[in-house]
Design a protein around this ligand. Structure first.
Ligand SMILES: Nc1ncnc2c1ncn2[C@@H]1O[C@H](COP(=O)(O)OP(=O)(O)OP(=O)(O)O)[C@@H](O)[C@H]1O
Length: 751
């Protein structure tokens, strides 16, 4: 029987027009055919069945309601099913109809016959009953019919897709150009202009890092130049920004009049500022004009910066444009701040001409789309480089369909009103078929550079960027085996990074563990080597969650290695308070949300008031000016503890971060790689600490610490076990008081 009755099968009740007579409390016959509500057809006397307009109701008898009606009204069903009467089973040939086997008949004792006939009866009954899956036959909750129509049901779950065990990647992705991460080449040997070599040396950069030594020759004009697009996968802090900005700056160094030649797209305004700073340093002393487009600046201000309008004497075009303007006014559709608006501000016989105000534009994708769509004269026809940094994130999010809008603007034809003389001629020849065809103006010159530390070899997403003759450059360690084409995406951590994981028995105690970490390790003047001793012993031995997630481990040292060593030294001892003021270390702490960041910030400053002055929280609500100031303070060391959410995990290059703490576990391997990559940058050393609760341990060790998707050059994540008594030493009361205060504050805010 189908789960839903067809229209013919359901009979509206005679009193259905009175809604109050359809109390939901009363059991209603269900279209889903619950066993409680609907009895299979029985040989019930026909006169007892309720009448039906379809005349089939006699065949069905609603079962007795499972829940008695709340009032005394007889539980007449509001809807009556009119299912087809199940066909009366054909009269089966009885044994007697079949040619009897006298021998067998004789041999069958009488009592067996009786049993057989009972069995036949029962089987017949069973066949007559509508077939239901076994689980439906069990008692079901009462279903209340709410509508005459059957409820829509989700589509059946599709079969899992076929997953090939062979590579389906094209050659350029499956066979990347690999570059040793330790490779260093003096800039002058890479053909970098002397003036730029000097500039770099002034910043202390004498040699190109691995990714730069690979990319510079590919992007500079010369015999090594790659005449196609380039995808780059290189670990965090490897110098990717300079790798794409240096060749662009070099190529444009002699520019005198701005022409928009490079667009650099990054995901956040902080990264726009950061890339701008590197570009400013490189372009100092040249006439290259740099511009930005981000959401926090007034749109009109940006428009003025990006596009410069001038008047050009052209009576013929002026006449045709005035004609167009007249039509617009007649129809009432006047483009706001458009070409016609500009035309009205010009002297007679003049038309507006638009020039770019910048050579290099650094922007977020959303703002770029806005300019493409709404800024008159903002054209991408002269673009020679398109850079997409943090590409995996940008392609995953694809807000406002930015990649499609951008590709259309980049590869599409210039709108007629904005065409230059050459474009107009090209179009005329194409349409008329007269004269030799001219080659397309821009498409052949654009080089796309797509970069990330966690670049995914996802053809569908990369396909949105319409890459031409692409190459994949992968910077990796010499010890690492090159990834086989069939292996999934895998990301490399900086070799100078050391990772630790601290089991936390109870998530509520995390603030105390964090405090212990800050006081005992990050800001410990005596260099607190005890955790390293303990971790060295355990490093790599923690085969899984089984040992790390056991709270008893931390208390009673069920495994010998974690109970001795450093833990016993710190146990029961008051923590010697380091002087944070003079400390050089800086720590970036990640929480899973902005709210958590603010709360943690409050708790830490109550628990350790000496930290308050040096602690800040980064939230998206802070203005561009505030966050710039904050990052500067963190860079200079006047702020030493910065608490942030994942929004700060990508791309931020803040000098001097010695420690990263994952207070809340990161949501993915990608997020982990970017978070911990805020330290150990450009060959400097750094530490990453993750606080892992019991429930997170299995996932952490399997996916992040021991999975194949993160490669750490043969290193392991060291497990560091602290005794809870040491962690809580003298702090439990303060902590509880701080929590209560926080709760009150939250309640106060809510109220
Ligand atoms: N040739 C060089 N020599 C020394 N340091 C360099 C060199 N080039 C760049 N750096 C420094 O390396 C650091 C990291 O650079 P950058 O921010 O470009 O890394 P990234 O690869 O883009 O990292 P992420 O993936 O995290 O965004 C910066 O502080 C930069 O100043």
């Amino acid at each position: 029987m189908a789960p839903f009755g067809s229209a013919q099968r359901w009979v509206p009740p005679t009193k259905a027009s009175k809604p109050e007579e359809m109390p939901t409390a009363q059991p209603q016959p269900s279209p889903f055919g619950t066993s409680q509500r609907w009895q299979p057809p029985k040989a019930a006397p026909a006169q007892q069945a309720p009448s039906s307009p379809f005349g089939t109701a006699q065949r069905w008898q609603p079962s007795k309601p499972a829940i008695p009606a709340q009032d005394d009204t007889p539980a007449e069903p509001a809807l009556k099913p009119a299912p087809k009467q199940p066909k009366k089973p054909k009269k089966r040939k009885r044994d007697s109809d079949v040619m009897p086997d006298p021998a067998q008949d004789e041999a069958t004792p009488k009592k067996h016959k009786a049993v057989l006939s009972k069995f036949e009866k029962v089987s017949r009954k069973v066949k007559e009953q509508p077939q239901q899956p076994p689980e439906e036959q069990e008692s079901k909750p009462d279903v209340v019919l709410r509508d005459l129509q059957p409820l829509p049901q989700p589509a059946p779950v599709p079969e899992p897709a076929f997953e090939p065990t062979f590579s389906v990647l094209p050659n350029w992705l499956s066979q990347p150009i690999t570059v040793e991460s330790s490779k260093r080449v003096p800039f002058d040997q890479l053909g970098v202009e002397a003036s730029f070599v000097k500039k770099l040396a002034r910043h202390g950069y004498s040699e190109a890092l691995a990714v730069q030594s690979a990319l510079l020759p590919m992007l500079q004009p010369g015999y090594k130049q790659h005449l196609g697009d380039i995808c780059v996968s290189a670990r965090t802090g490897s110098g990717k920004t300079m790798a794409y900005l240096l060749p662009i700056a070099e190529a444009l160094k002699d520019r005198t009049t701005p022409v928009l030649s490079a667009v650099i797209v990054v995901p956040t305004r902080q990264l726009v500022d950061q890339a701008l700073q590197v570009a400013e340093e490189l372009c100092a002393g040249t006439k290259i004009k740099l511009g930005t487009a981000v959401g926090n600046v007034p749109f009109a201000t940006e428009q003025k910066q990006l596009v410069k309008m001038r008047a050009q004497y052209d009576p013929k075009r002026a006449a045709s444009l005035h004609e167009k303007a007249k039509q617009q006014w007649t129809t009432g559709f006047v483009e706001n701040r458009g070409l016609v608006d500009d035309l009205m501000t010009l002297p007679a016989d003049h038309v507006p001409r638009y020039d770019s105000g910048v050579d290099i534009l650094i922007c977020t994708p959303g703002r770029l789309v806005e300019h493409i769509e709404s800024t008159t004269g903002f054209l991408l026809r002269s673009i020679r480089w398109l850079v997409i940094d943090e590409a995996d994130q940008l392609l995953n999010q694809n807000f406002q369909g930015w990649s499609t809008v951008l590709m259309d603007a980049l590869h599409g034809e210039t709108p007629e009103d904005f065409m230059d003389a050459q474009e107009r001629l090209r179009k005329e020849r194409k349409l008329s078929g007269r004269g030799p065809a001219l080659p397309p103006s821009t498409a052949q010159h654009i080089t796309k550079v797509i970069l990330s530390a966690t670049m995914e070899k996802d053809l569908t997403k990369l396909g949105a960027l319409k890459l031409k003759r692409p190459k994949f450059v992968h910077v990796q360690d010499e010890q690492e085996h090159p990834l086989a084409a069939t292996e999934g995406d895998s990301f490399d951590l900086p070799t100078t990074l050391t990772e630790f994981a601290v089991p936390v028995s109870d998530g509520h105690k995390k603030p105390l563990y964090l405090l212990y970490l800050l006081l005992n390790t990050v800001f410990q003047t005596s260099n607190g080597d005890e955790h390293k001793e303990a971790s060295d012993k355990e490093s790599g031995e923690d085969s899984s969650e089984d040992s790390s997630d056991d709270p008893e481990d931390s208390e009673e040292s069920s495994d010998g290695s974690s109970s001795d060593g450093g833990d016993s030294e710190t146990e029961e001892k008051p923590i010697t308070k380091p002087s944070i003021a003079k400390h050089k270390n800086r720590v970036l702490i990640f929480t899973k949300s902005n709210e958590n960041a603010s709360r943690l910030s409050h708790l830490v400053s109550v628990l350790e008031p000496s930290f308050k002055e040096y602690l800040q929280t980064m939230t998206p609500s802070s203005t561009a000016k505030q966050s710039k100031k904050l990052l500067k303070a963190f860079s200079s060391g006047s702020v030493k503890i910065l608490i942030a959410s994942d929004a700060a995990s990508r791309g931020l290059d803040i000098s001097g971060i010695t420690h990263v703490v994952n207070y809340d576990i990161p949501p993915s391997a990608t997020s982990y790689v970017h978070r911990v990559g805020r330290t150990a940058r450009a060959g400097k050393s750094g530490e990453a600490w993750t606080l892992v609760t019991k429930s997170e341990a299995a996932w952490f060790w399997k996916q992040l610490a021991k999975g194949n998707n993160i490669r750490r050059g043969g290193k392991t994540v060291a497990r560091v076990q602290w005794k809870e008594r040491s962690v809580e030493y003298n702090r439990r009361r303060t902590y509880e008081a701080a929590l209560a205060e926080l709760q009150e504050a939250v309640a106060g805010t809510d109220g």
